[in-house]
Design a protein around this ligand. Structure first.
Ligand SMILES: [Mg+2]
Length: 165
């Protein structure tokens, strides 16, 4: 039985050594069951934050300033990770877990749905996420863009467009 996790994160910047996740979303799909959405804000230090990175995800408008997420790995255990440039999110999640003395337990094959979708639509790199989504008629509301859950939903919709028969 395949377990899929459509994951997106918003972080404090782009530098892999310094960025921290503050907004995490994971949509879990297990065979025969409805998709289940999870979204957490994670307590974060802004000491090394990049103001540009914070603005992309609308940190100042959306961050509630309190901690909700722990370091529970059960959501992604044994799952195939699906995302748009999933290596970015995976690196950040892996670092988050390692700082907490935990280890990732997802399948190491990451599915970059954006690359698969671009290839199938004949779009050559470099591409913009919007252009790839548009090729599959996937619309993301402006208020959902660059939110972890909004982006995770877009990944899920793109995956369904590409991989469903
Ligand atoms: Mg995002």
């Amino acid at each position: 039985m395949t377990k899929l996790c459509f994951i997106d994160t918003e972080t404090t910047g782009l530098d892999r050594r310094r960025r921290r996740i503050w907004d995490f979303a994971c949509i879990v799909r297990e065979e025969g069951q409805a998709d289940v959405e999870h979204q957490f804000f994670i307590e974060v230090s802004l000491r090394n934050a990049d103001p540009f990175g914070l603005n992309i995800g609308h940190f100042w408008e959306r961050y509630p300033g309190w901690q909700v997420a722990g370091h529970d790995t059960s959501l992604t255990t044994g799952a195939t990770w699906v995302g748009a440039v999933p290596s970015f999110d995976e690196e950040s999640c892996e670092a988050l877990l390692h700082r907490a003395g935990r280890f990732p337990r997802w399948d190491y094959h990451l599915v970059d749905v954006e690359t698969a979708a671009a290839a199938l639509a004949g779009i050559s790199p470099p591409w913009k996420n919007d252009v790839v989504n548009l090729a599959y008629n996937i619309q993301v509301a402006p208020e959902d863009r660059h939110t972890a859950l909004g982006d995770a939903r877009a990944c899920r919709d793109l995956y369904d467009a590409v991989f469903k028969p």
